[in-house]
Design a binder for this molecule. Structure first.
Ligand SMILES: [Zn+2]
Length: 174
């Protein structure tokens, strides 16, 4: 089967059936995997910033490791506000403002973002364009958002891509 890397768009060529060490699916090329796993944060950032869409790197425990420049633009945040947080924090999910934060609210059990990332970690399976509808809270206003997420497991990370961001409606709190 011929395939294109979903991340750098290069031709992966014929897919090898045995994927030895990494439990990744077939959407990412060896070059991207090597850069991401190099533990060299400079080359990781260069790679992430070469992508033309927002990407968040998630580590185990559903914690945010880092993001690329499009993620910073989309989220309106500096890297220091993205790294070492949780996904709910960076999108300002209303449930991340509950006591205990992102992941501890009862609503978090049905969170599409958390569940998709966790499933990717657990199974190595990648997901493409899964719709998510988080409510976010910015400047005392709740906005119902809609976007799609795609995931890919690479070593100990999950890449989380965000696309098709739309605002459904906004209303004041209360
Ligand atoms: Zn690639």
């Amino acid at each position: 089967m011929k395939s294109i890397c979903a991340w750098c768009k290069s031709d992966i060529g014929e897919i090898k059936e045995d994927h030895e060490s990494f439990e990744i699916t077939h959407g990412i090329c060896d070059k991207c995997v090597k850069i991401l796993l190099s533990e060299n944060s400079k080359s990781m950032h260069e790679f992430l910033n070469s992508l033309s869409f927002p990407v968040i790197v998630i580590e185990s425990g559903v914690k945010v490791r880092t993001g690329n420049k499009y993620a910073k633009m989309l989220l309106g945040k500096e890297l220091s506000e993205i790294e070492d947080t949780r996904p709910g924090d960076i999108i300002e999910c209303v449930h991340s403002h509950a006591p205990g934060g992102c992941g501890s609210d009862v609503h978090c059990k049905s969170c599409v973002i958390r569940n998709t990332v966790t499933k990717t970690f657990d199974t190595g399976k990648s997901f493409t364009n899964v719709p998510a509808y988080p409510d976010i809270e910015i400047l005392s206003k709740v906005k119902s958002m809609c976007f799609t997420i795609s995931t890919e497991k690479v070593g100990d990370f999950v890449l989380l891509r965000i696309d098709n961001v739309k605002e459904n409606q906004s209303h004041p709190i209360g």
